[in-house]
Design a protein around this ligand. Sequence first.
Ligand code: SAM
Length: 296
Amino acid sequence: MNTSTISHVIQGNCLSRFSEKYISERIDLTFLDPPFNQDKEYSSCNDNLPEYEYWQMMEQVCKGINEITSDGGAIYFMQREKNTEYVLQCLHKTGWVLQNLIIWKKKSSAVPCSNKFGKHYQIIAFATKGMSSRIFNRLRISPPLPANYKYERENGVYLTDVWDDIRELTSGYFAGDEAIRKENGERFHKQQSPIALLLRIILSSTKIGDIVLDPFAGTGTTLVVSEQLGRKSIGIEIDLENVKCIKNRLKQISKSDNISRFYNDYIYTEKLKEIWDIEFAPAIPKKEEMLTLFGK
Ligand SMILES: C[S@@+](CC[C@H](N)C(=O)[O-])C[C@H]1O[C@@H](n2cnc3c(N)ncnc32)[C@H](O)[C@@H]1O
């Protein structure tokens, strides 16, 4: 695929950018994956702010996004489970209505705790502007059959609020090919989100032509997936090196960024072809070949 025409990358602090004309027109979905304030190494921001200051900033961000979101538009706010109550308060105070608290269960081992249960998930709060979603596509997936089930399911199951089938890009072996790496083999960005996660969010809460915002864009996973699904997207990222990475990623969609490998996971979704028009999928075979490929 050539240089992107429907994705837009802005370098800067998202807090001061929401009022810009082309951002403020109408956002249909936001993926909010800020630094979690856990003292991780970021070259362009402080990830160790006083708690009060951090949540004030998050409130400003959520309020700013709410103002530019279409009625019924969605936000998916990802955070550590430890911060669940702050996330819920923050969304509530800034005009969002909670729809689901999604549990993204990790594939890697739990973080051990000596005086409480080990931690094995991250939260993603899904909320809307107004009481109900303008778009909500009920996806069907086909997870492996539990051991006590006798018969195969004929057409999968509806997705619930527990997501345990998406592998995080953790260190070492698990990060696999999808993790962008420096020449020395180290991961370029330690918080890179998986393609499969954004695919699920964007498919659930948008239709073709909608506008997706990622105010803490990092390596641009949101834009890379939006582009392939025919959604317009805007990414804001403070770090210049990350901005360059996003532009590179969009210039040529790599094999590991290609969403087509996940098509079969959603094959039982009603009207899948309406929300995932494979004509938009770049660098993959033409429609007729795809139909053969996906056995439809
Ligand atoms: C958790 S990472 C996002 C990772 C992203 N989901 C991905 O797939 O690569 C958060 C990003 O926000 C950026 N950032 C931090 N403060 C920012 C701000 N005020 N405005 C815009 N970007 C910011 C950081 O540089 C970092 O890349």
